[in-house]
Design a protein around this ligand. Sequence first.
Ligand SMILES: NC(=O)c1ccc[n+]([C@@H]2O[C@H](COP(=O)([O-])OP(=O)(O)OC[C@H]3O[C@@H](n4cnc5c(N)ncnc54)[C@H](OP(=O)(O)O)[C@@H]3O)[C@@H](O)[C@H]2O)c1
Length: 336
Amino acid sequence: MEKVNPELVPQKTLYTGAKMPAVGLGTFGSDHAEADEVAAAVAGAIRVGYRHLDCAACYGNEDKIGEVLQQAFAEGVVKREDMFIVSKVWNDMHGDGDVLLACAKSLRDLKLDYLDMYYVHWPFPNYHAPHCDVTSRNPDSVPFTVERFMKTWRQMERLVDMGLTKHIGMSNMTIPKLEAVLPLCRIKPAAIEMELHPCFQQPELFEYCRNHGIEVIGFCPIGSPDRPERDKMPEDIADIALPEMKEIAAAHGVHPAVICIKWAVQRGQVPIPFSLKEKNYTMNLKCVTEDPLTEEEMKTIEGLDKNNRLVKGHVFLWEGAKDWHDLWDEDGVIVK
Ligand SMILES: NC(=O)c1ccc[n+]([C@@H]2O[C@H](COP(=O)([O-])OP(=O)(O)OC[C@H]3O[C@@H](n4cnc5c(N)ncnc54)[C@H](OP(=O)(O)O)[C@@H]3O)[C@@H](O)[C@H]2O)c1
């Protein structure tokens, strides 16, 4: 097994002064990788040198990952305080008392007494069942409202007060939603997780977060080639198949996936690539410690943005919503 010295992996400094490794391991099996397989990848990745794990209750594998963590700590592979471990409250646990229950369950499953970051996974309480297809709709789904979101955020803030998580964050937000809620936060989000890959760079949201001292975490950094069927549309573009990406990859002697990770870290976001394969997850970490992209290559990739959102979120739509664009406030106002 090849190892990467975690001290060589760049770090981001959160507004609290805490450090977050600039590459994390994704743990969503995209509805096809079994919990045991994902947990085995986590075990391998920790041994390779990963110190940042992107977990979530709805990925259905936190209990298995917890076993792996317990073993890694017991065997002295890594200390708890040297890991940055994340979880997320799923949409069916928003609201008054449920956030605390959800966090307690993730802590119990992961066998931890605190998290480093706890995100609100989606900014509304619209639950969808695992493995559902793109036409699936929950009749109880509702649009985002500031009141509902803040009820959940107040509980998130309590988790920090109680020491159950060091930081709190948001995911799948838009600038209009952030503009509405940030002034109301007693505890500001330390990071925002959002979809980011060369064909979907979200430059305005990226800059907005950075200007507000919030770190940007990029999910689907490789363009999620194995994403669930519900997130595949005929018009989607495969980042790693673009000729420019292949050319830059050839110049560095690596797979285009690796170029996605290098680009992300050099741009200033924290990618959280997923892989079950030791060779791939090792390279995804090692690549940020060597052979950086040139300024020209960075410029070429900047030019590949095609506003191609992959996780469109059809399954979260509420009755009366026009289509998935309504989830993303594209006209600059919150769609209700
Ligand atoms: N907050 C949210 O709402 C949200 C939404 C989606 C995802 N996420 C998080 O983001 C993580 C990453 O997103 P993702 O898993 O959808 O997609 P991704 O990381 O963009 O792509 C993962 C795919 O890329 C392949 N891959 C990885 N490294 C490779 C390499 N070096 N060479 C060639 N192929 C490689 C993997 O296949 P192999 O296994 O064969 O290597 C896997 O199929 C998730 O696991 C999850 O933790 C969060």
